[in-house]
Unconditional design. Structure first.
Lengths: 200, 104
């Protein structure tokens, strides 16, 4: 881990608060109150793990519990709250279900609205202008370029997120997973499948 | 290393809520992310509820409403470790002096 990653050239003079923060970090490490690597792990958890794992738990629960799935599709915000998920901002989560004949995909054409309580931080491509424009204009072509080649018979529905409404895709449960536990199922669910740029 | 972060950390609302952009936590500089992780780790290590830190953060923000959010965060965390006797004020001042010297 890097202690001085805030400047790649000459060390800039530290601001007073940076001095205090660095002094505190060093003291806490000396006293064993912060383990080596812990801080990086927290930051990386926020960036990579916590969100998508939450969404995967939601999907797995919906796969094993039909009553939960019905509640999830009827009111996503309330259903994820049952699992202790949600955020302080109060936007509504709408969950859209993939079927053998309908594939859903999520975009935010205006900026990069994203269901962060369930999916964490968005991947960089989600924020890119080409993704935002082409997912609306030519979703089938774009999805194919992203590795998802859908048959012409499958209808593609694109959902445009906003500050008020965020969407998440409920992927189809993969075949041959009948004997798996909810936890094992959650491990199969990927972030991209919940955005709708991949299938499982 | 995998860590479990208390849901109370991200559920903070009102003036104590961390800055977000489009729902994401925003760290404008690496030290801010490190300060965030430090607080999560120290609160757990001292066996405290997140609220112990949150109350100090709220008080700090209320006392210095024009100060940047993560500056208040660092001061609140200092307050916490001093109050719980994990670090003394003398140790803290001495370490700051060392850091200033090292940074040139």
């Amino acid at each position: 881990m890097s202690e001085h990653d805030d400047d790649h050239h000459h060390p800039a003079p530290l601001s007073p608060v940076e001095v205090r923060a660095r002094a505190l970090e060093e003291l806490l490490k000396e006293k064993g109150l912060i383990q080596e690597g812990f801080i990086d792990a927290v930051v990386s958890a926020y960036e990579n793990d916590i969100g998508p794992m939450n969404g995967a738990r939601v999907v797995a629960r919906a796969w094993v519990d039909p009553a939960y799935k019905a509640r999830l599709l009827a009111n996503g915000t309330a259903a994820i709250a049952e699992l202790g998920l949600g955020g302080p901002e109060g936007e509504h989560l709408v969950v859209v279900e993939n079927t053998p004949t309908v594939h859903n995909a999520v975009v935010c054409t205006l900026c990069s609205c994203y269901p962060w309580p369930v999916l964490g931080l968005p991947p960089n491509w989600y924020k890119s202008p080409p993704y935002r424009a082409r997912m609306v204009r030519e979703p089938r072509v774009l999805l194919r370029e992203m590795g998802l080649d859908l048959p012409e018979s499958v209808e593609i529905r694109v959902w445009d997120s906003s500050a008020a409404v965020r969407y998440m895709v409920l992927p189809e449960r993969p075949a041959g997973t009948e004997g798996k536990s909810e936890e094992e199922l959650a491990a199969l669910v990927t972030r991209d499948a919940m955005i709708g740029t991949a299938r499982l | 290393m995998t860590v479990r972060v208390d849901a109370a950390v991200t559920a903070m609302t009102g003036p104590a809520a961390p800055p977000r952009r489009n729902g994401e936590l925003v760290f404008d500089a690496p030290w801010q992310g490190r300060a965030f992780g430090m607080a999560v780790g120290v609160v757990a290590r001292l066996g405290l509820e997140w609220n112990a830190f949150q109350q100090r953060l709220i008080a700090e923000i209320a006392a210095h409403s024009d100060a940047p959010y993560y500056s208040c965060w660092v001061v609140a965390l200092e307050r916490l470790v001093l109050d719980y006797g994990a670090v003394t004020a003398e140790e803290m001042e001495a370490k700051r002096e060392t850091v200033r010297m090292e940074a040139g």
